[in-house]
Design a binder for this molecule. Structure first.
Ligand code: SF4
Length: 281
């Protein structure tokens, strides 16, 4: 036996928006045999598999446009107005689990758009939340994930800046400063969710405390990739895995201290399963 000392980071795991969406899905699945969900309910295949076994059916936008008279769950990322229109046309009952933080941001962006402000959104192209935000502006806002995508000389002299909820706070303020240096008046709205904005700092602290780190996330989680790199940066003995089968006993030595952590899309049950496997080594 290797006698590993294993600790799970108590700050890792689902944010409240994801917890709320999953609870809503599970409640409904107790009353009916299946429930459609538009897009992955969470960017974690293991959790999606668990919910699919209970009857959750993940559907695409294409599927949404053809089904009728069904209940469809909207996940935490939120949706653009066009999804609500499709639902109305197809007589679909939407179970709206959009995160309240995202809904508030959608409203703010809609208000800015109504006031005809030039809107710039710091966010990932094509991300579900960003599509929902862009939809509030009739797809007229500019989305950028890196300042280099903007031509600073031709930008409006006054603009309104928003951020996708999961972006880095440091980067957001860097962008704001850069724009202001160029003489642009920025009406900036730091709309980064506090459930994620300090995760990198907390993880940096956590990852330093152990000999080795097991970072658990789905390969589709962009937040997972960022946070894995944060851990790897302070602890070179950091391994990325998506499930317990990917563990390798050869990574560990006798009496190692191990920290298990993950992204905001990593379920706590999965980290606990991984801990149990490590304790058998
Ligand atoms: S990260 Fe924040 S905004 Fe996004 S779903 Fe979770 S709680 Fe809501």
């Amino acid at each position: 036996m290797l006698n590993l000392q294993v600790n799970i980071d108590q700050n890792s795991g689902f944010c409240f928006g994801v917890v709320y969406a999953i609870e809503m899905a599970e409640d409904i699945l107790q009353e009916q045999p299946y429930l459609y969900c538009l897009g992955d309910i969470v960017h974690n295949d293991e959790e999606v598999k668990r919910l699919e076994a209970k009857g959750l059916k993940i559907i695409s936008y294409e599927d949404l446009s053809v089904i009728q008279n069904e209940k469809v769950l909207i996940r935490a990322h939120g949706e653009p107005p066009s999804t609500y229109e499709t639902a109305l046309n197809n007589n679909l009952e939407l179970i709206d689990a959009s995160c309240p933080v995202v809904l508030k941001l959608q409203n703010r962006i809609k208000n800015s758009h109504d006031k005809e402000e030039p809107i710039y959104i710091f966010g990932k192209h094509g991300h579900a939340e960003v599509k929902g935000l862009l939809g509030q502006t009739n797809n007229e806002a500019v989305v950028f994930q890196d300042i280099s995508e903007l031509d600073l000389d031709t930008l409006p002299r006054n603009l309104t800046l928003y951020s996708q909820t999961t972006k880095s706070t440091d980067k957001f303020y860097e962008i704001k400063a850069l724009l202001e240096d160029k003489g642009i008046a920025v009406n900036s709205n730091d709309t980064i969710c506090r459930q994620v904005s300090n995760r990198d700092k907390e993880l940096r602290h956590f990852a330093k405390k152990f000999d080795k780190i097991i970072f658990v996330a789905g390969t589709k989680s962009s937040n997972g990739k960022v946070l894995y790199n944060v851990c790897k940066d302070v602890n070179t003995y950091t391994h990325f895995i998506s499930n317990s089968e990917e563990l390798d006993k050869d990574w560990f030595s006798e009496n190692d201290t191990i920290g298990i952590c993950g992204a905001t899309s990593t379920p706590m049950w999965l980290m606990e399963t991984i801990k149990e496997v490590l304790l058998t080594y």
